[in-house]
Design a protein around this ligand. Structure first.
Ligand code: TYD
Ligand code: MG
Length: 426
């Protein structure tokens, strides 16, 4: 059967997609930026009996699925890696993507495509990580065609191919009609990814594509690729702290609700269990501090919220929230002022989550209020753990998986602060 190649039209400026060519991009208003890009080829349209496919998977499971042998990484992916899987591994520059992948490649047979660094630089990293240099096959290139050629030629030799990073990759201009777009442009990123997806499916190799994202935009970057790949992993954390969280935001082959937790150390990233994280907080009682418990993935995790509330000498008191949502923080300050009658308008407020964690869980509300209250009153609140969503009226509401959090709190020899309204703080 003849393969049908459908074309799509993509704006080289903003990456927007169209079904037909236009002179001006509707989204970004750029002229002459829309180019034709070859779509994914047809899969041949052959009907397959599902029964035999499933049989193949169950019988030869060990062949199709395999583990990376980095437990925290496998945990996030569910069953580990699946042949032909394409993973987008995204994160801010410098967060540790290359470090983790270098560690994975040190204990798996794979090809490391170095688009950003030279083999020497990777060699230095391997040495620093105390891994064996002989385990590495490095391909220094930024050409997708060279990767294709290398992987096709070395049939089945590699189980994993790491492409570091997609922003550095270009595809041959003639074969795809994208013209002389530079590496990192939406068109090149898209087309390069298309080709890597095809390669992974054809050669049954796992391809891990590294993509940098920026704090602000994420435009022209990995966001564009999320629908093209099987799995999307985000590696996050604060560069000034050593805690790193690996999150799965999309997974065609497994669950997305698990997280991996790592610590960046001298010799690279070390997966740490829940117990160690909970030790982040010691038993000391401090002014301006409140302990809360989060559910990250399926694991409870104890963290400390610190607040500093001081008299302001400015017309516009400062509001700094690090690790908790700014608008949510503003709201909590207002609720405190109204319900507790504290003149927050004449105080600067700084709130921080220890460990550089970003919290997206309204269950942290109560801890934020408690920490601010403790700082303002200059008194310690005791060893209680603060969990609950705070309403506009100051009522404390129960949050998801509360029972699970209580269990963990008890196991750690602490108690939950049981209050129904923040008024009870007084
Ligand atoms: P890197 O993996 O290069 O980041 P990315 O690929 O996401 O841009 O990590 C860079 C940082 O990690 C760098 O600031 C140094 C630090 N690092 C360690 O702390 N320990 C190590 O063993 C290594 C290799 C790096
Ligand atoms: Mg890197």
């Amino acid at each position: 059967m003849k393969k049908v190649k459908e074309s799509v039209f993509v704006c080289s400026n903003c990456g927007n997609e169209y079904s037909k060519w236009m002179g001006q991009c509707v989204a970004c208003k750029e002229w002459n930026s829309i180019k034709e890009v070859r779509g994914l080829g047809s899969k041949g349209g052959k009907v397959k009996r599902l029964e035999s496919e499933v049989k193949k998977i169950t019988e030869g499971q060990s062949e199709i699925c395999f583990l990376s042998k980095i437990p925290e990484f496998d945990r996030v992916l569910g069953k580990g890696l699946v042949q032909g899987q394409v993973i987008l591994f995204a994160g801010e520059p410098g967060i540790g993507k290359s470090t983790l992948l270098t560690q994975i490649m040190g204990i798996n047979t794979g090809l490391y495509v170095a688009g950003e660094e030279s083999a020497d630089q990777i060699g230095l990293r391997v040495k620093r990580l105390k891994l064996k240099a002989e385990n590495y096959d490095i391909l220094e290139t930024n050409s997708i065609e060279e990767i294709e050629a290398k992987v096709s030629r070395t049939k089945n030799q590699y189980k994993i191919v790491v492409v570091d990073s997609i922003q550095m990759m270009v595809t041959d201009e003639k074969s795809n009609g994208v013209g002389a777009w530079t590496a990192g442009s939406p068109g090149q990123i898209r087309e390069s990814t298309f080709k890597l997806v095809e390669l992974a499916k054809r050669e049954k190799v796992v391809i891990i594509i590294v993509g940098h994202v920026t704090k602000e935009g994420e435009i022209a970057g990995p966001k564009l690729l999320e629908h093209m790949v099987d799995t999307v992993l985000y590696f996050e954390g604060d560069k000034n702290s050593d805690l790193r969280i690996l999150r799965c935001v999309k997974n065609r082959f497994g669950p997305t609700d698990e997280v991996g937790i790592f610590k960046m150390e001298e010799t690279g990233l070390r997966g740490i269990g829940t117990d160690e994280i909970n030790l982040v907080n010691n038993n000391e009682e401090k002014v301006g501090s409140a302990i809360t418990i989060l559910i990250e993935g399926t694991r409870p995790m104890m963290v400390e919220i610190q607040a500093l509330v001081t008299e302001s000498y400015s017309q516009m008191p400062k509001r700094i929230f690090s690790g908790v949502d700014f608008n949510r923080g503003q709201l909590l300050v207002a609720v405190m002022q109204k319900v507790l009658g504290i003149p927050m308008y004449q105080n600067d407020v700084f709130v921080m989550v220890t460990g550089g964690l970003k919290i997206d869980d309204t269950g942290v509300d109560l801890a934020v209020v408690a920490a601010m209250y403790s700082s303002y009153k200059n008194k310690v609140l005791g060893k209680k753990v603060w969990v609950g969503e705070v309403s506009l009226l100051g009522e404390v509401r129960e949050v998801r998986q509360y029972e699970k959090r209580i269990k963990e709190v008890k196991a750690l020899g602490r108690e939950m602060a049981e209050i129904n309204n923040i008024r009870e703080l007084k």
